[in-house]
Design a protein around this ligand. Structure first.
Ligand SMILES: Cc1cc2nc3c(=O)[nH]c(=O)nc-3n(C[C@H](O)[C@H](O)[C@H](O)COP(=O)(O)OP(=O)(O)OC[C@H]3O[C@@H](n4cnc5c(N)ncnc54)[C@H](O)[C@@H]3O)c2cc1C
Length: 547
């Protein structure tokens, strides 16, 4: 029997397992574990510009064998996932059924989960972001630092972002900014005091990407292929930690299993799962259970195990619109081919200016190039032939600004598990996750006002939006979810305590973002990983490891 079962091999699962395995504890990781069937391997390790000029097979990975990389109609969720990464979202609709009209979020049953395709932007939460949680920044810091060392984080320590973020001692130098972003950043530096007074701080993005060799990964090759391939392994994927975990004799990975429910007893836990190859049920036993199946996946397992069908739980998800912008500072200028594709500049904007009380929003500035022109053309109200010529000339000067807003729970944002008797032929439960998400008019108006202020400041830096409207993919499209099983100092039913134990089930802990009651405007993943590392560390201390 294992000491601990961890469900899920995503960013949360591997970070919770790490400290347990470091202490010599026996850990079994249960996962569906869909893997890339070779799509990534067919991409040559060459720069984007060379592949576009000369690879006769480029359509296979840029567009997909069945042109699945060409979104028809409206921009769909998953548009951020390129054909070689399609496996990340594959099979989830079949194995994790849901009824969620208008909520366009993604779930994953892949090895490594959603972070096999993530944009790797890391934003440690500050004290104000942790307000209301029964854990302080001081308690979180060692875990931010432990995760930063494990995954490799780059950024510029001591810059204007440091007032908003905790920078870990292992942080590597920042990745090089590309030419268009450098022009924006230099414009910011030349008006820095004025911008800071107005509430805007910009700096090199903090990224889970190695600017130098780290734990046998990296350095960043600057091929501008980060949305398509993992050559060089600079950008963090959870499978790299899984690879390290598998080197330990006390760690076991059991894949092809869909965990359906748990029972917890005074002396241990039992997890029921379906072997997806045979459709047969299986039981796994351990002294403790760590749930890390993604905020929605974990909620499904908890509600089913506790028999809480039809009970509404809170759900929050950042609203994150995009603004395509023309960067006039580089119009007609040569851009360097050497670049990475991830976010180049991170920013924070505090509405009302530097001394104001309002919570800041987070900004991410990308260059457009490697996302390919055709996606942009369908957003433009010009004849295709004309817009192709115009945008071929303009693309080197295109930037995309993403604005992340905080999200608060409300009665109109919820998730429940709806009963449906029995299982499918493959043994998959037929019950469905029901999601309803409606922002209030006041929230939306406040967000639009803030966005207008941000765009006004970017105009002063030489960047002009191309649309009068933002690209809004809809609720859930940020792919940041939280809220259903919140961590509280005095937890009630279906809530967790300060160490993320599920109320009434002291042997069951939740390690993913289901435990955060609200989402600040910063990406959730790095804080979730740090918290998962904290959960694993506290549990290892409680059990008492051998090593
Ligand atoms: C394109 C894209 C870009 C993103 N960019 C960023 C970014 O820049 N910054 C940021 O902070 N976040 C970003 N995110 C979000 C980030 O990827 C997720 O927050 C994070 O990966 C969630 O990790 P997780 O471990 O909680 O869950 P998941 O990644 O969903 O992993 C869940 C794991 O559990 C397994 N599982 C689920 N259900 C079961 C079950 N019943 N039985 C067995 N196994 C199960 C799955 O197979 C998987 O291994 C991005 C996401 C996407 C898709």
């Amino acid at each position: 029997m294992s000491d601990v079962i961890v469900i899920g091999s995503g960013a949360a699962g591997v970070c919770a397992a790490w400290p347990l395995v470091q202490r010599g504890l026996r850990v079994t990781m249960i996962d569906v574990g869909v893997t890339d069937q070779g799509a990534g391997a067919m991409i040559p390790a060459e720069p984007w510009s060379k592949l576009r000029r000369s690879d006769a097979n480029q359509h296979l990975y840029f567009l997909g064998e069945r042109f699945e990389g060409v979104p028809d109609g409206k921009v769909r969720v998953g548009a951020q996932i390129s054909p070689p990464r399609a496996y990340v979202a594959a099979d989830a609709p079949r194995l994790l059924p849901r009824d969620a009209p208008g909520f366009v979020g993604l779930e994953s049953v892949a090895q490594g989960g959603l972070a096999s395709a993530w944009g790797a932007a890391v934003s440690p939460w500050a004290s104000e972001d942790l307000a209301g949680l029964p854990v302080t920044l001081e308690e979180m810091k060692p875990h931010y630092d432990g995760v930063a060392e494990l995954i490799g984080v780059s950024g510029q320590a001591g810059d204007d972002l440091s007032a908003h973020l905790h920078d870990s001692p292992s942080m590597m130098p920042p990745l090089e900014m590309d030419t268009p972003s450098r022009a924006v950043f230099e414009a910011y530096l030349s008006r820095r005091e004025e911008m800071k007074r107005a509430g805007l701080a910009l700096g090199h993005a903090r990224l889970a990407a190695c600017s130098r060799e780290h734990r046998r990964r990296g350095p960043q090759p600057y091929h501008d292929m980060d949305f398509w391939s993992d050559h060089g392994e600079s950008v963090y994927r959870p499978r790299y930690t899984l690879r390290e975990l598998l080197e330990a004799a006390s760690f076991e990975s059991v894949t092809g299993r869909l965990a359906t429910r748990f029972e917890s007893h005074a002396s241990g836990v039992v997890v029921q799962a379906v072997d997806l190859a045979t459709g047969r049920g299986e039981r796994f036993e351990a002294a403790h259970l760590v749930l890390a199946a993604g905020a929605l996946g974990t909620t499904r397992i908890v509600l089913r195990s506790l028999g809480k069908l039809g009970v509404r739980r809170p759900l929050v998800s950042n609203h994150s619109p995009y603004f395509p912008m023309l960067n006039t500072r580089v119009l007609g200028k040569e851009s360097s081919d050497r670049r990475h594709s991830l976010t180049q500049i991170t920013g924070f904007y505090r509405p009302g200016g530097a001394g104001a009380e309002a919570e800041p929003v987070q900004l991410q500035c990308y260059s457009y190039r490697s996302l390919l022109l055709f996606k942009l053309l369908k957003e433009v109200p010009l004849a295709l032939a004309n817009s192709r010529r115009i945008f071929q000339a303009l693309t080197p000067a295109m930037s995309v600004l993403a604005v992340h807003h905080a999200d608060e729970p409300s009665a109109e944002k919820w998730v429940s598990l709806e009963a449906d008797e029995g299982v499918t032929e493959a043994g998959v439960p037929r019950d469905r996750l029901r999601i309803r998400y409606e922002a209030t008019k006041e929230e939306t108006q406040r967000q639009h006002r803030t966005e207008r202020e941000v765009l006004g400041l970017f105009r002063r830096l030489g960047c002009y939006t191309l649309h009068s409207r933002a690209v809004r993919l809809g609720p859930g499209a940020s792919i940041h979810y939280a809220g259903p099983l919140p961590m509280r100092a005095s937890p009630g039913e279906m809530e967790c305590d300060g160490e993320c134990r599920l109320s009434g089930h002291p042997r069951v802990r939740v390690a993913d973002s289901a435990v955060f009651a609200r989402l600040p405007a910063k990406g959730v993943t790095f804080s979730m990983m740090a918290n998962a590392h904290r959960v694993g560390t506290l549990l290892a201390g409680e059990i008492g490891g051998g090593a």
